[in-house]
Design a protein around this ligand. Structure first.
Ligand code: FAD
Length: 571
């Protein structure tokens, strides 16, 4: 299929041009806060009301005097989950839906910008968010849907060879690659143990505990820490201490053993989101009034009979159903008000799962001074675990050859540090590391430098979610479950593939399909008799979650010799 063209505009906002200039704004690469604040993007959508839909009086406080646009289904967010959900509605011949999106383009956390220049002075396009199709396909096996779509839309990509790595420390190049296989031996044990824990319904552990039991203990060894960071944190955006052994292993297995072990790196100069825009173009027309870009949702009022959303610009949409695809970070930061307040079980689930931050810091030089043929350079900092640990060359043959671009990734605490400090401070630190790695070379100053600040992006508040220790499948089901006519989808609601693009895709597909069934089944459901298969039956949820130790077992036999419920002044 041909790739979409780039000049048309939807909802009054230009789509990213081939040079990617529309969003984020060009000023971004010179160290300005990214993306533009909501106030600069709050100009109301220029989309006109749906000709097929009417208006109705809103019942919410915030929209008392408003006439809301009326639709069957409102999809909140135009990332991969939202677009896939809307596509399911369209495939079921339901055209009465509206998609509401904060930013000026489709794609969400699949986002790119321009960076540096080629020898003709034309900027390159680099990915700020998702970069890999993770787990592709094997002959005769199931295909990762993102891989299928990457091929359909001809995304430029190449195999990322994680074995093509050189190791460095404070002395410069230092071959400690044997530690990689030591870690992998321990990982095999971690994996087996996770299977036992799952099958025997034992208590979950942290990956740290599991690794220790597998005789992997980096302690203060900087080289081991760097290897562990590369093998674990680089994927999960959290350290082993904060990751569930069972669900972390499941997450890895279901992607890399089911689809394939390959990670393919996308460097399409249209931007990775070309495939999402391509899919959107199969059911949205140019300037489709059902896509409201640059529209910031601030309030969601839900019940068992419908949902009304109110936007920052005062407009509102009233629908029979809503599908909320906002990131876990957005939900956790309470920037959207829910009316009524979300039930306790839902709030607890939102609070319990973890939103990570993964920051790619891009540098361009006037030469490729690092080993040109190598894809990855791993640096072990003697003082701080995770301090600018993984450099990735884009100049390498098969990638953006000759671009002289390299980027370094940080996550978690180091991300927050980097995202809170100035570009200048970060540049100085990264250059310090590069000069340590290459003591025999005069490392030049970069000609371009840029990184996004995902933890501060008000429509994401982080990069992707992680499954922490101490949470169960039941607590995850509560994250996924609907409340009344308000449904949830996105990478974080995927129990197997959380964090991944394909997780978001599968969740959008599932919930979009479920809502399509509900809408189509409505005729057969009498009002007040919502019990049939298609009559409002929602996702499973648990009002309360049981712990593992009944109260009676907090007793002297178990070493518990005072009451747990002390009151100040008790004697
Ligand atoms: C740095 C980084 C690297 C990554 N690397 C990979 C990778 O290599 N491979 C991979 O598979 N995955 C990767 N991911 C994860 C992947 O990008 C996500 O899992 C996926 O894009 C999430 O899609 P989604 O539809 O669930 O959410 P989103 O893409 O976040 O879509 C939600 C949409 O809702 C909108 N929204 C939020 N708040 C509001 C509001 N108040 N009003 C209106 N609209 C709102 C947002 O603007 C957004 O467009 C990465 C992510 C990041 C950030």
């Amino acid at each position: 299929s041909p790739a979409p063209t780039w000049t048309r505009s939807y909802g009054g906002s230009a789509w990213p041009s081939a040079s990617g200039h529309n969003w984020p704004p060009p000023s971004y690469s010179s160290g300005h806060v990214w993306p533009p604040s909501s106030s600069s993007s709050s100009s109301s959508s220029s989309a006109v009301p749906l000709s097929s839909g009417g208006v109705e009086n809103s019942t919410t406080n915030s929209t008392d005097t408003q006439q809301c646009r009326r639709t069957k289904v409102v999809v909140l967010g135009a990332g991969i989950a939202g677009i896939t959900a809307a596509q399911q509605l369209a495939l079921a011949n339901i055209s009465d839906f509206i998609i509401v999106e904060y930013t000026s383009s489709i794609g969400g956390r699949v986002a790119h910008t321009t960076f540096g220049n080629d020898s003709n002075g034309n900027p390159y396009v680099v990915e700020l968010g998702a970069n890999w199709v993770q787990g592709t396909a094997t002959d005769g096996g199931p295909s990762n849907p993102i891989w299928t779509l990457a091929q359909k839309w001809n995304l430029t990509n190449t195999y990322s060879n994680y074995s093509d790595i050189l190791t460095y420390d404070q002395s410069g190049y230092n071959d400690y690659s044997d530690l990689l296989s030591n870690y992998e031996d321990a990982y095999a044990t971690l994996e087996q143990d996770a299977g036992t824990i799952l099958v025997e319904n034992l208590q979950d552990r942290s990956v740290r505990s599991g690794l220790r039991l597998a005789d992997w203990n980096p302690a203060r060894d900087a080289q081991k820490q760097a290897v562990e960071w590369w093998e674990w944190d680089w994927e999960f955006a959290f350290p082993p201490e904060q990751s569930s052994q069972v669900f972390g292993i499941v997450n890895y297995n279901t992607t890399f053993y089911q689809f394939s072990a390959d990670n393919n790196y996308v460097f399409d100069q249209r931007g990775f989101n070309a495939f999402i825009i391509g899919e959107a173009s199969t059911f949205l027309a140019a300037n489709d009034s059902r896509l409201l870009l640059e529209t910031v949702v601030t309030n969601i009022s839900y019940s068992d009979t419908g949902v009304t959303i109110t936007n920052e610009d005062g407009s509102c949409v009233s629908a029979d159903y809503a599908i909320c695809t906002f990131s876990l970070g957005v939900l956790q930061n309470q920037v959207v008000d829910f009316e009524p307040r979300l039930p306790d079980w839902k709030e607890a689930a939102i609070a319990s799962f973890a939103m990570g931050t993964y920051t790619k810091i891009f540098l361009q030089f006037n030469e490729t001074f690092w080993p040109e043929a190598t894809q990855f350079l791993l640096y072990a900092d003697p003082a701080t675990r995770g301090y600018y640990p993984v450099f990735q060359s884009l100049s390498t043959p098969g990638f953006i050859e000759g671009s002289n671009i390299i980027f370094v990734t940080v996550v978690d605490q180091q991300s927050y540090t980097v995202e809170a400090q100035s570009d200048e401070e970060t540049k100085e630190q990264v250059m310090g590391v590069l000069r340590t790695m290459f003591p025999d070379i005069i490392v030049p100053e970069p000609t371009a430098f840029m990184y996004p600040r995902w933890s501060e992006v008000p429509w994401a508040y982080g990069s992707y979610s992680n499954w922490p220790v101490g949470t169960s499948l039941q607590s995850h089901q509560n994250l996924r479950a609907n409340v009344g006519r308000l449904w949830f989808a996105g990478e974080a609601t995927s129990s197997e593939y959380y964090g991944f693009l394909h997780g978001a895709y599968f969740e959008g597909e599932e919930v979009g399909g479920r809502i399509a069934e509900l809408v189509l089944g409505e005729q057969s459901c009498a009002v007040g008799n919502e019990t049939g298969a298609y009559c409002g039956v929602g996702e499973v949820h648990y009002e309360v979650l049981q712990g593992v130790t009944p109260e009676g077992e907090y007793d002297i036999q178990n070493g518990w010799d005072v009451s747990s419920f002390q009151t100040v002044g008790d004697v």
